[in-house]
Ligand binder design. Structure first.
Ligand SMILES: C[S@@+](CC[C@H](N)C(=O)[O-])C[C@H]1O[C@@H](n2cnc3c(N)ncnc32)[C@H](O)[C@@H]1O
Length: 149
């Protein structure tokens, strides 16, 4: 008896052609060998050559994507250094600052907070840019962040 049901099958792994399969097997084996190579051999010229070759193969196959990870007060050493450098600025002077690759802006807020807390007398002009559209703009400009940011 015919039924009117549609069965949704889970998507299977993508079909690879023969050369892609061989490349994967080759890479898998190379990684296995690398993991078992003692440090003393990795340090030799031949070990380093092997490592460079493996690295090139991995880069060839790796999915390359942008990482947007950031959070408030992420780089405390950088903020502390900034605070110390600020001590050299004369009172009531102005400070031009730019954060390049600011992601969603948590770093910008952290830097501004550090500067304002340490030197409220400074006239700060902060600019921030990011190459990814939507990254710096929407949430950062409105000051909207997730609780874990
Ligand atoms: C890991 S986040 C760093 C966020 C922040 N600077 C921090 O340290 O917390 C990297 C950011 O760099 C940005 N980026 C990468 N290449 C860039 C480029 N050429 N110009 C501007 N932004 C770039 C990405 O869009 C991404 O938002």
């Amino acid at each position: 008896m015919a039924t009117n049901q549609t069965q949704v099958l889970p998507a299977g792994p993508q079909k690879l052609n023969i050369s892609q399969k061989w490349a994967e097997v080759y890479l898998f084996q190379m990684k296995r060998i690398w993991k078992h190579l003692p440090e003393s051999i990795r340090r030799l010229a031949v070990g380093q050559m092997y490592g460079r070759h493996l690295h090139a193969r991995v880069r060839l196959h790796a999915e390359r994507k942008q990482y947007f990870g950031t959070f408030f007060l992420r780089n405390r050493a950088e903020l502390e250094l900034m605070r110390r450098i600020l001590d050299r600025k004369p009172r009531n002077s102005s400070l031009q600052m730019a954060v390049l690759a600011c992601s969603k802006g948590a770093e910008v807020y952290s830097v501004v907070w550090t500067i304002r807390a340490a030197r409220p007398d400074l006239r700060l002009n902060m600019r921030a840019v990011d190459i990814s559209p939507g990254s710096a703009s929407i949430r950062g400009q409105r000051g909207l962040f997730a609780q874990w940011s």
